[in-house]
Every structure is written in C-alpha cells, then in structure tokens.
Ligand binder design. Sequence first.
Ligand code: NAD
Ligand code: 3PG
Length: 598
Amino acid sequence: MAISKAFFSSSLHPSLHYSPSRPTTVSLHFPFPFPFSAAPSRNLRLRCDAADSKPTVLIAEKLSDSGLDLLRDSADVDCSYGLSPDQLAAKIASCDALIVRSGTKVSREVFEAAKGRLKVVGRAGVGIDNVDLQAATEFGCLVVNAPTANTVAAAEHGIALLTSMARNVAQADASVKAGKWQRNKYVGVSLVGKTLAVMGFGKVGSEVARRARGLGMHVIAHDPYAPAERARALGVELVSFDDAIATADFISLHMPLTPTTDKMFNDETFARMKRGVRIINVARGGVIDEDALVRALDNGQVAQAALDVFTEEPPAKDSKLVLHERVIVTPHLGASTVEAQEGVAIEIAEAVVGALNGELASTAVNAPMVPPEVLSELAPYVILAEKLGRLAVQLVAGESGIKGAKVVYTSSRDPEDLDTRLLRAMVTKGIVEPISSSFVNIINADYIAKQRGLNFAEERIKREQNGLNGTPVNSIQVQIPHVGSLFASAVTDAGDIQVEGKVRDGVPHLTKIGSYAVDVSLEGNLILCRQVDQPGMIGKVGGILASQNINVSFMSVGRTFRGKQAIMAIGVDEEPNKETLEKIGTIPAIEEFVFLKL
Ligand SMILES: NC(=O)c1ccc[n+]([C@@H]2O[C@H](COP(=O)([O-])OP(=O)(O)OC[C@H]3O[C@@H](n4cnc5c(N)ncnc54)[C@H](O)[C@@H]3O)[C@@H](O)[C@H]2O)c1
Ligand SMILES: O=C(O)[C@H](O)COP(=O)(O)O
C-alpha cells in the first residue's frame, strides 16, 4: 500500500493566514458567553480599521436623541443629514455602520465606495426598499431594520387619512383659511357599515383593521401569506385579491414594495374596483401606478385618494396627482410621531450596537433570522458547524474540485422541529472562507458559495441517543463528496471526505473522521496522524512538539483493531513551523498526517 505523508501548510492557503489576536478586529459574538475560551468564531466578525478605536456610525437622517445617546456609548457618531449621493460615497469608506430612514438610497455604489469597511446598515423603520439588499449581501454587509416601533404610528396615520378623506378635512380646512365658508361643498361620506379592504395584513394592516372595526366598518383583507386565524381573531375575513378590490368601498394599502407588488394598482385593477372607491396608501408609492390613478380619479372610477407615500419622494411640484382636488397628501409622515421616532431610534441603535459587538440581530434582513430562544440553544452547535466545515474543506487535496457539501444532522427531535438554517449557513461559511479570497461572513457565505457553483444539501435524521435527548442536535456530519483528500483516512468507502462532531458540556468536539472514531475538543489547531498502532507513538510526537515549545492541549487516539492502524488527533495551542511538521512526518510508523487550523 502506498504511504502518503502530507502536511497542510498554511502557505498553500492564503486565507489561512489568520491571527485570532489581530488587533484591528472587533469580534462579533453572540449575546451570551462563548462556551469555550477560544477566540470567538470569525463568522460574525466585524472589522474596524483602526486598532482599539471605536467604530464609526454615520447617521444620514434625523434620529431621536435616545438612539444617538445609546450609539455614543460605544461608537463615534457622525450625524450628517442630507448628504448628496456623492457626499455619502465619499464619507462611507471611513464608517463601520450607516443608519438611514427612507430618504437615503443605499445603492450598490455606496457599498462599493465603502471598500469593505461598512459592516452594518441600520434602517430606522420598516421598509428596506431604499437599500440594495443584493449588493449588501455580496459585500457581506448586514442590514437590520426596526420593524415594530412605528407600526402603531403608521396605522394611526392610515386611520387619520381615512377619516380626513371621508370628511374632506384637508380641503375644508384650506377653504376656511382662504376666507370661504362652503358647507355644501364638503359633505362627506360615512364610514360605519362600509367595507374596508386591507391589502397586506401584516403589522400595520392588522392594526388598521383593528381600528377600522372600532369605527363600525366591515373589514376584509387580502394577503397571500397571512394566517387565517390572525384575521379571524380580529373579526376580519381574508379574501382573494379580486374579491377584495371588487367589493370594497375603501381600500387601504399595507404591503411592501416588491417586484410583485410594483404598480399592482393600475388601469386594469382600478377598472375592476367598485365605482367611487376610495384609496388610502401609507405603504409605498410604487405599489400604485400614479398616472393610472390620476386617470381613475378624472373619470370618477376612484372618488378620492389619501396618500402618504409617492413613487418619487418628494413628488414633482406640478404632480397632477398631488394637486388633484380629490386627493389629500402628507409628506411620508406615517412613522412620524414623537413616540414612534423614539422607538425606532432605540430599536435601530440597539440592533446596530449589537451587530457591531457581535450579536446576531433578530431583525437582520439579509441573514438567517432566528428567534432569540433558538439562537440561544443553538449557540455551541453554530460554532461546531463552522469548525466542521472549516476542517472538512482543509482536508480536500488542493487540485480536487469541490462541487458542494452535504450536512447531516441527527437529533431526537422531529426533522420539522429542527431549525437548521443558521447551522447550514455556518457550515457554508466554514467551507467557503478558507477557499475564498473575499471576506466571508454569515451574510455573504451563501452568495459566495453560489458564485463558485457550490451546492449544499441537508439531511435531518431523527435518532434517540442516551444522554443527548432534549438537546437540539446530537451530531453534525459534514460530507464533501467525491474529492481527493490530503488525509486519505478522512475519506469513506463511498469516496467522500467526512467529519462528524458533537457538543459535549457546551464545547464542540470532533468525534469522527472518515470511519475512525476520535474525541477531541475543537480548539486551537489540530494535527491528525494515521499510524501503525504501537506503543510509544504519543511520546514520540509529543516530544517533537515539546522540543519546539508547542503546547499540546489534548490528544485522542482511535483505532480500527489493536495493532492495525490508529488515528491520533492532537490539539496544539501554537502553530508548528514547517520543520516541526516535517520531523513528525519522518517518524517511521506514521503513514500520513495533516495540520489543520480551526
Ligand atoms: N408611511 C409610513 O411612514 C410607513 C410606516 C410604516 C410602514 N410603512 C410601510 O407599510 C408597509 C407595511 O409595513 P408592515 O410593518 O405592516 O410590514 P409587514 O411585513 O408586517 O406586513 C406586510 C404584509 O404584506 C403582505 N404582502 C406581501 N406581498 C403581498 C401581496 N402581493 N399582496 C398582499 N399582501 C402582501 C405580507 O404577507 C405581510 O403580511 C411597508 O411597505 C412599510 O414600509 C410605511
Ligand atoms: O417603512 C417605514 O418604516 C416607513 O415608511 C417610515 O419611513 P421613515 O423612517 O422615512 O419615516
């Protein structure tokens, strides 16, 4: 049998030149202590350019003081409102985070101009249609929003527009201020008993529905993704789009602007509405074809419209829609109450500070969103997942083309009760990072993997295991199929590189390599040796490492049969130099070995 002796030199892998103590990094960690003493995983790491300096947060639109105060505790805050796109591009390369409302376009150019420094974009509000999410993801920039704090304000504004429109409040007010007294001209319509269609039954839509019910309206809603129970609980009937627009006296829009909802209200859909319908929009201007709305108002198909949002903001001064006498408008004021602005400022400041400190934001828009309780129980498995991915990919022989990987989880839980999105993302990151020259984090790992044509598959297997029942995951196995390996023992009979691990006492352990059982905690660096099973091997390898002052943190030996082959896994705190590794390779009983960085 041919004996292969190989070591995995970090010089072959530029991405492995990583120093955990690099002073220019701010480590991102979970909002609870790391379960072991190793440097925090690089997965969620944000980088600051200057050593020991506070991160810089650029506030591009007005944010309440309570949010600013919170940010100032841990960051240098630059409030520069009303920047032109060029000014924003010029500033952004010196910022770690950017906070905006709806008035700032965070375009691809902004991410390009940031030159890798910008790590978080905080949207102080709900709609993220002004942020180029694809570009953010490609550049590994986390986007977080503040999705809840302005819900009530937006709903109240929707109701304000509904009632003002029905009673011509704005027009009548202007008329009285112009010295007129036109009581006959401004006769309104009643709301009680009328049908209101809420289009988009999410947070704001539900609150509008609740309030409209209180006004005695019959409320129906259309939302392809809303649960029927939530609607029922509010006394609202969920109906199809066609039924909603055909039967409503009032239509209130509350869906996000997406490619599907773009100009959803147009000549064709206005024509299918009840004649004399009244429309309220506090969602996004783009969901309405504004020219079509002017036509529908002019021909009487739409009696009135109340608009807080516009395709272009601010709209043109001569906009026919804005100037239409049966249209009332506000300058995107839905979220503008003292209370809501205080709320979003705090919500976004906490999310941005958390992200800069390493917490995985629960309001992340372009990263797996995992509820805090799931995050908390998965924390050690997240680290295990990344380390197994990192380990598996380092075992691939340089010239072998990786096509992807498979992750197999065993758990005593039913597969559908196991949320593995975060674990999958971390395995992906672990695999992609060592083979990519780009900065890789949990945000862009999937994107970079796809760019490289890598496919990732998952399998969840239900398996009871003594002592592990009740834990979310028993084991995680990473397989890289059909590739050559630097360490032949890591390859299964099926031809796949396979590594498996478990979490013991909160610490990730490698428990299997190929078909060999081992048990080593995944910390620091790892030397894997396959040797003829004979006495004295541990001493020989240990002696070489000790002579170079390299501390062995753990050792584990797994063998097939006594006297046959054994796998020795040695954890080392320091990185051995090439000569030390070569010396280990000269021990006659050692058939192959590999050095891996975790
Ligand atoms: N005017 C303002 O100042 C203001 C304030 C807050 C929110 N908003 C906007 O209001 C909208 C709703 O905000 P939210 O917090 O309720 O968001 P949300 O995500 O809670 O609700 C949006 C709902 O729209 C539904 N939806 C998606 N596509 C749809 C479609 N094709 N047809 C019907 N429904 C669809 C979703 O399922 C979801 O339930 C967003 O566009 C947000 O930006 C505006
Ligand atoms: O999507 C939102 O949260 C609202 O449109 C509010 O936008 P604003 O923060 O610009 O007021």
